[in-house]
Design a protein around this ligand. Structure first.
Ligand code: KMH
Ligand code: ZN
Length: 309
């Protein structure tokens, strides 16, 4: 039987800012429209953040999420995955509020405290649309992306046990896999684990094939048949690493959260365009994409009828 590949599309995130691309969705309408487009193009999972509709600043406000989640649910069958990583300078408590309100089938869960360096982007732009953008990027020099053991336990209890939400475990380095194994040993996470290998974030593991192979080898040793992996390469590493991940037996993540470009020097006009591009690669590899229903089965999700939006 042909192996099915889950395409996750991360639609807007909190890493990029409006100056960097006119196509970055910011308002609830834009986020809904691009999420729906990505699902129509073949994404089975939509990883979602919210932004302040006035100026594009990342926001944890559940009220803003609730302006686009119902629209996406009505228009698509895709699995909704709500970020609990949020963005600077949100607290962990703030970061989990939207997911607690919406009780989605999936949410992200970041597996370690780290520095998340966005400031190198400062030197790439001379003019900014909004004053908050350079200050935001500069603040990443000294911001701690806090995901302690206690934070992870809280999210597993309140969202996992409390809401039946399952997780996209964001692992930015090999140590994060060992942390996940620790929670598996304690019985606080349950297979099948969906592990996102995140490569190329400043502060995490580098984006090269050797590192991806090392993540995969380590996860195989720790989790055996109890996990499925997906690959997220930041920036220009997105397509090559996702392609490599698919060839290695994994799933893929694309979207403007992780990369603004479609080709070298060419901005992606939409999230759907990146989904279309990875589909071409999967086709070339003889792989089929998973439908949302297949993704639900592969990841043991609770079903779209059990969310609160
Ligand atoms: N921005 C990605 C590198 C989250 O939302 O929880 C990681 C991410 C984190 O998607
Ligand atoms: Zn995210």
């Amino acid at each position: 039987m042909t192996r099915k590949v889950i395409i996750t599309c991360a639609v807007t995130g909190s890493v990029h800012t409006p100056t960097m691309s006119e196509y970055l969705p910011v308002t609830p309408e834009q986020i809904a429209e691009q999420a729906i487009g990505a699902a129509e193009a073949g994404a089975a999972v939509l990883h979602l953040h919210a932004r302040n509709p006035e100026d594009g600043r990342p926001t944890p406000d559940p009220g803003v999420f609730m302006r686009f989640l119902p629209r996406i649910r009505t228009a698509t069958d895709a699995v909704v995955n709500i970020s609990t990583g949020g963005g600077m300078p949100m607290t962990v408590h703030e970061r989990m509020q939207a997911a607690l309100r919406a009780q989605p089938e999936m949410a992200s869960l970041n597996m370690g405290t780290m520095n998340f360096g966005l400031y190198p982007a400062l030197s790439r732009y001379d003019h900014w649309r909004y004053d908050w953008e350079p200050a935001f990027l500069d603040a990443s020099r000294d911001f701690v992306f806090k995901n302690t053991f206690a934070d992870i336990e809280t999210l597993l209890a309140e969202l996992g046990d409390g809401c039946g939400t399952r997780f996209e475990f964001e692992c930015y380095d090999v140590g994060h896999l060992f942390t996940l194994a620790h929670f598996l040993d304690r019985g606080l996470v349950r297979p099948p684990l969906f592990v996102q290998f995140v490569l190329g974030i400043l502060g995490g593991i580098g984006a090269d094939p050797d590192q991806l192979a090392h993540m995969k080898r380590t996860a195989d040793r720790l989790f055996g048949d109890d996990y499925r992996f997906s690959v997220l390469g930041a920036g220009r590493h997105q397509l090559p690493l996702a392609s490599m991940g698919a060839a290695m037996g994994g799933n893929v993540r694309v979207g403007l959260e992780d990369n603004l470009f479609l080709d070298r020097g060419v901005l992606a006009p939409s999230n759907a365009a990146q989904v279309g591009r990875i589909r071409q690669v999967l086709d070339g590899l003889g792989l089929e994409i998973a439908t949302p229903a297949e993704a639900r089965e592969m990841l043991a999700l609770k079903g779209a009828d059990r969310v609160a939006f």
